[in-house]
Each structure stands twice: as structure tokens, then as C-alpha cells.
Design a protein around this ligand. Structure first.
Ligand code: HY3
Length: 375
């Protein structure tokens, strides 16, 4: 027996498929995750956080992961798969906890779920509708924010490697436009010379504060900004909004009323068809991708500000996707009573498959992160 087989036989393993979307990882947990109690996906999300957070820590943190790792836990049965409104559920996780929406992981999952022909992993795989006219297979993913309609270019019953995956998100909307936030002076953020910062707050399955680079004291654009300084500025801004302006996070469901991230938008670019931004989310993870849920929020905000109109599209870039052809295309599709439905398109690639082991007696079983301090 080779070493791989013997280690797997000796230990309980957690099996994953790793992908990246514009450089942002998604670790898809395929087997070995415990059963989640609860009738609804949001109850299962609470169960994951309260009873099984050690799995998140093991898979996201070092030595199995790292501070910038991102995860997708498949949930085969939810209230919406039972009612026939969704095909499979998912929980998203990161360095701090559990998100409510994730565009880059949805794009990766679109490919993975179409390629999956193991019905223990995806029981409803064979029921997915395929349209021979467009070559697209449709998939309804139940995320904590609601149902995401995913479309995947399919050939011979597998996802086409060279095509993008698109999804229609839950209705997105802004809750505050040009909102002045007073930031307490802090010597860790010397660039901030004004007393207040003007920002917008918008929902794209999760809440984002969206702010222009020059408002934070970075007038020369993101390419000339120091990442550590942007990190300090967005951390302090997020804390101020989360601590003092909880009322701007308006959503009917309590579980979704939290500020997930801060997106800093570059104002130095000249092409109106493209927008560069950087998203700090969870515990200051930097999204390598252009942040699909952030694109939903930004398109809805641009509609509110009369910058984009229904039917308009724009390409959104992260600092990584610029020049790689891996930006996300965001299109305003329709206005519904709760907001704007936005289509997001991007590409994902496989990077690996793995079996993780956690041995009895490993005192660092739940992992650690070294990033200027232990988590
Ligand atoms: O694409 C997205 O929506 C996500 N990427 C990491 C942070 C967000 O959840």
C-alpha cells in the first residue's frame, strides 16, 4: 500500500477540491464534514459556527490553509432543495467565520457542480436543465442570502473550461449614498486629513461600505497605494461603520445584518467601461478576485446614482485581475421590488484535490495564522 492510501486508511479525512477564480481560492469541502443540524440553511449556518467551527479553522488556517483562504461547504439538503426551489445549498467560510454570499465561490462551484457526476456529492445533478440552443446548464444554488441562478457552458455533460460562468444574484440595493462618517483621529492612519469620510453602503448578498480611494487619503490610485496603509484605513473605517452605524445595514433577516467588507474604488482610471477596486472582507482578507457580491452591490449603487442603467455592463477588476482577462463583468438586468438583479460573469480554474488529516494529540489541530499576530 502506498503512503497516500495508508494515511487515508489510518485517519479520518476531509476531502476537498481546490479552485481559484481570478486568483481567489475556493476550497470546496466535498466529504468528511459533519452533518449540520437545522431545518433551514441559516440554522445550519449557525450550527456550523456554534458546533463545528473547528472544521473551518482546520481548513482555513495554517498549516492546511492560510489567512487568505476561502471555503465552500456543500449542503445537500436545505428548506429550498426540499421545496424544489434550489438544487443544492452552500455555506461560505473564511478567516473569521461564515459569509452570506460569495460571487467568486459561486463561479467556481458552477464549474465544479456541473463536472460532478457523483450523486452522493450532488444528488440532484442529473435533474439540471440543459438548453441545447445556448449550450448552458442552469443550476440553482441556495446560499445564505437566497437562491442564486447559475449558468454554466456545458459540453459532453461537463463544464467548458474556456467559458465563463455567470450568475444572477439576489436583489441588490444601496442603503446609504454619499454618507459622511466621522472617523476618530488615529495616528495609524496619517493619510486621513479630513474629519469625515464620504462613503456608500450597499447590499449584494452581503453588506459593503464602498469608498473612493481619495476619500481615504490615497489620491494617486490603488496602484500607488501601500497595501498595509489601505489595510489600516479600511479596518478603522469598517470598525466605525459597524460600531456606530449599524442602522445602515438594513435587511429583513437579522443573520444578514453585518458589514462584511470595505471596497476601495480607484478613481484614477479613465476607461468608463472598467473599474478597479480592492475589497477587504472578514478579518481583513484581501479578495484576489473582483468580489462578485461586491460587483452586485456596486452595480445596484451605480443604478441608484444614475451612473449605470438597466441593461448596462461594466468590467470590475481587482488588483490581481487587471491585465489578466479575469475581471468580472457585471450587468444590471432588471429592477424588482427589493432592488436590482445583477448578472456577474467570471472564470474559475481547478488547482488541486486533497485529503486533510487531523491527528489525535495534535495540539495545533485547529490551526493558527501568523500575520502580524496570532488569530
Ligand atoms: O466574490 C465574492 O463575492 C467574494 N470573494 C471573497 C469575498 C466575497 O465573499
Amino acid at each position: 500500500m502506498d503512503i497516500f492510501e495508508s494515511l487515508v486508511q489510518l485517519n479520518q479525512t476531509i476531502q476537498v477540491v481546490d479552485m481559484h477564480t481570478s486568483g481567489e481560492p475556493t476550497r470546496i469541502v466535498v466529504r468528511g464534514y459533519p452533518h449540520l443540524e437545522g431545518e433551514t440553511l441559516l440554522e445550519k449556518r449557525r450550527c456550523a459556527a456554534n458546533k463545528h467551527d473547528n472544521f473551518r479553522k482546520q481548513l482555513m488556517r495554517e498549516p492546511r490553509g492560510h489567512a487568505e483562504m476561502y471555503g465552500a461547504i456543500l449542503v445537500q439538503e436545505t428548506e429550498l432543495t426540499r421545496s424544489g426551489e434550489a438544487d443544492i445549498g452552500v455555506l461560505f467560510c473564511h478567516n473569521e467565520g461564515y459569509s452570506t454570499m460569495c460571487g467568486h465561490a459561486t463561479i467556481a462551484l458552477g464549474r465544479f457542480l456541473i463536472d460532478t457526476h457523483d450523486f452522493t456529492v450532488f444528488p440532484r445533478r442529473k435533474e439540471l436543465p440543459y438548453d441545447p440552443g445556448t449550450g448552458l446548464t442552469a443550476l440553482r444554488l441556495h446560499a445564505p442570502c437566497g437562491v442564486i441562478q447559475v449558468h454554466v457552458s456545458t459540453q459532453n455533460d461537463s463544464a467548458e473550461t474556456s467559458s465563463s460562468v455567470s450568475f444572477l444574484g439576489v436583489p441588490s440595493y444601496s442603503t446609504q449614498v454619499d454618507f459622511d462618517v466621522i472617523i476618530p483621529p488615529d495616528n495609524r492612519w496619517p493619510q486621513l486629513t479630513a474629519q469625515s469620510v464620504k462613503l456608500d453602503v450597499a447590499f449584494g448578498g452581503a453588506f459593503y461600505a464602498i469608498v473612493q480611494d481619495r476619500e481615504l487619503g490615497f489620491p494617486h490610485g490603488l496602484k500607488n497605494a501601500v497595501l498595509a496603509e489601505l489595510n489600516t484605513a479600511t479596518r478603522l473605517l469598517k470598525k466605525t461603520v459597524a460600531d456606530l452605524h449599524q442602522n445602515v445595514l438594513r435587511h429583513p433577516d437579522q443573520d444578514l445584518r453585518f458589514l462584511y467588507g470595505v471596497i476601495v474604488v480607484d478613481t484614477t482610471a479613465s476607461d468608463p467601461d472598467e473599474e478597479l477596486g480592492i475589497c477587504f472582507f472578514a478579518d481583513q482578507q484581501i479578495d484576489r478576485s473582483p468580489t462578485g457580491s461586491g460587483v452586485m452591490a456596486r452595480v445596484a449603487l451605480a443604478i441608484e446614482k444614475d451612473i449605470l442603467h438597466l441593461g448596462d455592463s461594466k468590467t470590475y477588476h481587482s488588483i490581481v485581475s487587471v491585465g489578466s482577462g479575469l475581471g468580472f463583468r457585471g450587468t444590471a438586468i432588471e429592477r424588482v421590488s427589493e432592488g436590482v438583479v445583477v448578472k456577474v460573469e467570471g472564470r474559475a480554474f481547478y488547482t488541486g484535490v486533497g485529503s486533510f488529516i487531523v491527528e489525535d494529540g495534535d495540539s495545533l489541530a485547529d490551526g493558527l495564522v501568523v500575520r502580524g499576530g496570532l488569530m
